[in-house]
Design a binder for this molecule. Structure first.
Ligand code: F6P
Length: 342
C-alpha cells in the first residue's frame, strides 16, 4: 500500500514518535510505502510532499514538534478544498491517509471519509480533551512542564510573599490545570468547566497567606469569571473558528492585588507546554498508537481512530472523538480542593 501521513493543529510532544512507529512497522512488516504531506491539510491541498521512509524517521523518537510541519488549514473552509485533497491523494496513487491531530484535524478526516477517501485518525492534543480515548499523547509532557514550573515559582512566591497566578493551556477543558495544579500543589485551580468569582479567589488568597503560604493559583486560559467572559488575546479566529485566548492570569493578578493588597504577579506558560522532548509515557503511548494506526490502515478500517482505553490500544469511530469534547468532571476539581490551605 501507499500511505500518506500528515500532522495538523498545534504541535505536540510525541508526534514524531507516532510517525516513526507507523513508518517502521508499516515498511518492515507490511512493505508499505509512505508519503509525508507537509504542514497538515495545507500540504494535501497544495500537494506539498516529502519523502518518508525508514531513513527519515531514524532518531526522531525523542524530538519535539513534528518533522512534517503543521498548520491550522481547514479544507472545509476553502472552496473545493475537500475535493482538492481527494483529487491530490488519489492522483498520487495513495491508498489512504493517516491524519494525526486534534478535533479540528480529525473533523476534516471524518468529512473526507464521508466523501469516500480512506483516512485513519490518531488523536493528538496536549489539552487531553478528545473523547473516546482516556489520554492523548502530549498531555503528560505538558503536565510535567506545569508541575516543574510550579515547583520553581513556589520558591519565588514564598521568598517575596507574593501571590502568583500561572496561566496554562486549555481552551474549553481544564485537564492541564487540574493535573498540573494537583501535581504542583496549587492553592487554587480555575478551569473552564466551572465559572469562578473574584470574591472566592481573593478569599483563598487571604486564607493561604493566613496559613503561612504564598498562594500559587493555576488558571486555564479558558477559565471564565462569573463577572465577565473568557479573556481573549485578540478578536481573530483561526480557520476552524477558534478564538485565541490569553490574558486571564494578568487580568486576575491585577484584581487580586487591588482587592487583597497582596503583591500579585502573573506568569503565562504558553507554548513552553507544547515544546521539547516527550516524557516516557507520551513516547510509549504515541508509539503504540502509531503501530495500531498501521494495522487499521492495512485492514482498511477507514473512518476510525486509535484510542487508549485503560491500558489497551484500540479503535473507535472518528465521530466519537469529534462530536463532543471530554471535559473535567467537577468531582475531580472537588478532589483537588482538599489540598487548598486554610
Ligand atoms: O493545541 C491546543 C492548544 O494548545 C490550546 O490549548 C491553545 O489554546 C492553542 O493550542 C494555541 O494554539 P496556537 O499555538 O495556534 O496559538
Amino acid at each position: 500500500m501507499k500511505i500518506g501521513m500528515l500532522t495538523g493543529g498545534g504541535d505536540c510532544p510525541g508526534l514524531n514518535a507516532v510517525i516513526r512507529a507507523a513508518v517502521l512497522k508499516g515498511s518492515r512488516e507490511y512493505g508499505h510505502e509512505f508519503v509525508g504531506y507537509l504542514d497538515g491539510w495545507k500540504g494535501a491541498i497544495e500537494n506539498l510532499t516529502t519523502d518518508l521512509g525508514v531513513a527519515q524517521v531514524q532518531g526522531i523518537l525523542s524530538r519535539g514538534g513534528t518533522i512534517l510541519g503543521s498548520s491550522r488549514t481547514n479544507p472545509a473552509a476553502i472552496d473545493d478544498g475537500l475535493e482538492t485533497v481527494i483529487r491530490n491523494v488519489r492522483g498520487a496513487g495513495i491508498d489512504g491517509l493517516i491524519a494525526i491531530g486534534g478535533d479540528d484535524t480529525l473533523g476534516v478526516a471524518r468529512l473526507l471519509t464521508d466523501n469516500g477517501l480512506g483516512v485513519v485518525g490518531v488523536p493528538k492534543t496536549i489539552d487531553n480533551d478528545l473523547n473516546a480515548t482516556d489520554y492523548t499523547f502530549g498531555f503528560d509532557t505538558a503536565v510535567n512542564i506545569v508541575m516543574e514550573s510550579l515547583d520553581r515559582l513556589r520558591t519565588t512566591g514564598s521568598s517575596h510573599h507574593r501571590a502568583l497566578v500561572v496561566e496554562v493551556m486549555g481552551r474549553h477543558a481544564g485537564w492541564i490545570a487540574l493535573h498540573g495544579g494537583m501535581a504542583g500543589g496549587a492553592d487554587l485551580i480555575l478551569i473552564p468547566e466551572e465559572k469562578f468569582t473574584l470574591e472566592a479567589v481573593c478569599r483563598q488568597v487571604d486564607a493561604s497567606f493566613r496559613a503561612g503560604v504564598a498562594p500559587l493559583i493555576v488558571a486555564s486560559e479558558g477559565a471564565i469569571p462569573e463577572e465577565g467572559s473568557e479573556v481573549t488575546a485578540t478578536d481573530d479566529t483561526d480557520a476552524f473558528g477558534n478564538i485565541r485566548l490569553g490574558g486571564i492570569a494578568g487580568w486576575l493578578a491585577d484584581r487580586i492585588e487591588q482587592e487583597t493588597g497582596h503583591e500579585t504577579r502573573s506568569v503565562v506558560l504558553g507554548h513552553l507546554q507544547r515544546g521539547g522532548t516527550p516524557t516516557a509515557f507520551d513516547r510509549v503511548l504515541a508509539t503504540r498508537l502509531g503501530y495500531r494506526a498501521i494495522e487499521a490502515v492495512t485492514s482498511g478500517d477507514w473512518g476510525m481512530m486509535t484510542t487508549l482505553r485503560g491500558t489497551s490500544v484500540d479503535l473507535a469511530p472518528l465521530a466519537d472523538a469529534v462530536d463532543e469534547s471530554k471535559t473535567v468532571p467537577l468531582e475531580r476539581l472537588r478532589e483537588a480542593e482538599n489540598a487548598y490551605p486554610g
